[in-house]
Design a protein around this ligand. Structure first.
Ligand code: 5AD
Ligand code: SF4
Length: 471
């Protein structure tokens, strides 16, 4: 039953509006980067960030829709934040990100929980939406764009240590894996002008940042041909086609323009990973020896069902190519347990693929049916939850063993570590990551956050390497 929205005369409270902004970010690194774009847009409108939501005049939740659990968390948070309106009636609450397009009617009209809704491509419109919401007008923009990359906006870095930063280089995904909501919530693939990418990194370098992670939902698919959606590349002029820049070109350009910075990138679809990218990593020492290669399932039947565009054998051949060209590469993955129709045999194929690769680390999930996806429309979510959970537990246990095994191979070797912070357990220790992305903890000595330090690895836990600084 739709609730009636209270009409508040916010202009009565204009004096109270101190323009304090509280943003909470859920989901992937892309959302973290987007939150920094939003902060930049709203800074120009006079908003200052606050860490205390009790203080805020505007609360924004940058949301994730990839799994149902993430959406539930946001709903619970929204209900809590809505209570703040009792003491701050002028408070505005907004939903950004992937949930925006999916649940706008429900949140705005039925539950009256939020005042404004902005999808991932609508952040430039936030000042207008805020003003509409302030005046009790319908404030929604979930339009998905074929061009928007926010390339001219310098993000306000609100997260992290001041040493590592995310730089978004492309948006959207054209892959349409059957289980995934991302192509619906974030739209079609489009890439950012390389000139603006280099400019953003140059600002970061001058501010003392030492490592950047280039971000894209499907980063190996980066294609700059003067702007526009990747799907329209075939319609571009012959000149634009001839001068087009692919991901390996961008990676090379970034690595060579910023030789003192460390470069990472994420996320790759195995289907789109080319030898050019592997060769570029191998020939540039400042590109991290690290690759995230989600495989989702080890069963050919399930991979085909998911429309991943590769077989188990092709995936394993890719891993061999990675290892041949970059022998010290750290490899991580994503897995989904309990995809529709998954049998014990399919699950065993996933475990055996893990055995063959022995990943450094992994992100492992239970299948979560997402309304509107191909899988949700065509296949019942037929693996019982207890079976999904048991399979996931087996996957997590095996990955734990592999992480420990991999970590042990680092003992007695030397890793270059970028110091990112002081250890929470011991103030005399610092932590950072090595090129392969593994966290290393060692005695602080004279080292500061932002230093690159050669560390001899002496011991390991399941997830963390322990060492002694050589410098
Ligand atoms: N259920 C469970 N996991 C999912 N992922 C994407 N969609 C779903 C879903 N419907 C996982 C995939 C992807 C990662 C970002 O999230 O493993 O690589
Ligand atoms: Fe989703 Fe597949 Fe695109 Fe990744 S590659 S964002 S899993 S559709």
């Amino acid at each position: 039953m739709p609730r009636k929205k209270k009409q508040i005369d916010r202009n009565k409270y204009s004096q109270c509006n101190t323009k304090k902004l509280f943003i909470e970010t859920y989901g992937c690194q892309m959302n973290v980067a987007d939150t920094e774009v939003v902060s930049s847009i709203l800074k120009k409108e006079g908003y200052t960030p606050t860490d205390d939501y009790h203080d805020a005049d505007l609360i924004l939740l940058n949301t994730c829709s990839v799994r149902d659990k993430a959406e539930q968390t946001v709903r619970n948070k929204l209900a809590n934040f809505a209570c703040l309106k009792k003491t701050r009636p002028w408070l505005l609450i907004g939903v950004l990100g992937c949930m925006a397009g999916r649940v706008k009617e429900k949140l705005l009209e039925e539950e009256k929980m939020v005042d404004l809704v902005a999808g991932p491509d609508a952040y430039r419109d936030l000042p207008v939406l805020i003003s509409q919401a302030w005046n009790n007008l319908n404030a929604v923009n979930v339009h998905l764009s074929l061009e928007e990359t926010y390339d001219d906006i310098t993000p306000v870095r609100i997260s992290g240590s001041g040493v590592t930063a995310f730089v978004s280089v492309m948006r959207g995904c054209d892959n349409m894996c059957t289980y995934c909501v991302v192509p619906y919530t974030r739209g079609r693939e489009r890439s950012r002008d390389p000139k603006t990418i280099l400019e953003e990194i140059d600002v970061l370098r001058s501010e003392g940042y030492k490592e950047i992670t280039l971000l894209g939902q499907n980063i190996d698919s980066y294609l700059w041909y003067g702007g526009g959606a990747k799907k329209d590349f075939s319609k571009a002029s012959e000149e634009a086609k001839a001068n087009a820049l692919h991901f390996s070109d961008l990676l090379k350009m970034v690595a060579e323009t910023f030789p003192t910075m460390r470069i990472r990138f994420c996320t790759s679809n195995p289907h789109d990973m080319t030898d050019d990218v592997l060769d570029t990593i191998a020939s540039h020492s400042n590109i991290c020896r690290y690759m995230h290669l989600p495989f989702q399932s080890g069963s050919n039947r399930i991979l085909q069902h998911m429309r991943r565009g590769y077989t188990r054998e092709e995936y394993l051949t890719l891993i061999e190519r990675v290892r041949a060209k970059i022998p010290d590469c750290g490899i991580t993955m994503d897995i989904i347990a309990g995809y529709p129709t998954e049998t014990e045999e399919d699950h065993k194929d996933t475990l055996s693929l893990m055995q063959s690769v022995k990943y450094e680390f992994g992100y492992m999930f239970k299948y979560s049916e997402r309304p509107g996806t191909y899988a949700a429309n065509h296949y019942p979510d037929d693996v019982p939850d207890d079976v999904k959970q048991r399979r996931l537990d087996e996957i997590i246990t095996l990955q734990g063993q592999h992480s420990f095994e991999r970590n042990k191979t680092y003992i007695s070797t030397v890793s270059q570590v970028l110091v990112e912070g002081i250890s929470k357990k011991d103030k005399e220790e610092v932590f950072g990551r090595n090129s392969q992305g593994i966290v290393v903890v060692f005695a602080k000595g004279n080292h500061s956050i932002g230093d690159f330090v050669n560390v001899k690895i002496t011991d390991t836990t399941q997830g963390t390497l322990l060492g002694e600084a050589l410098d």
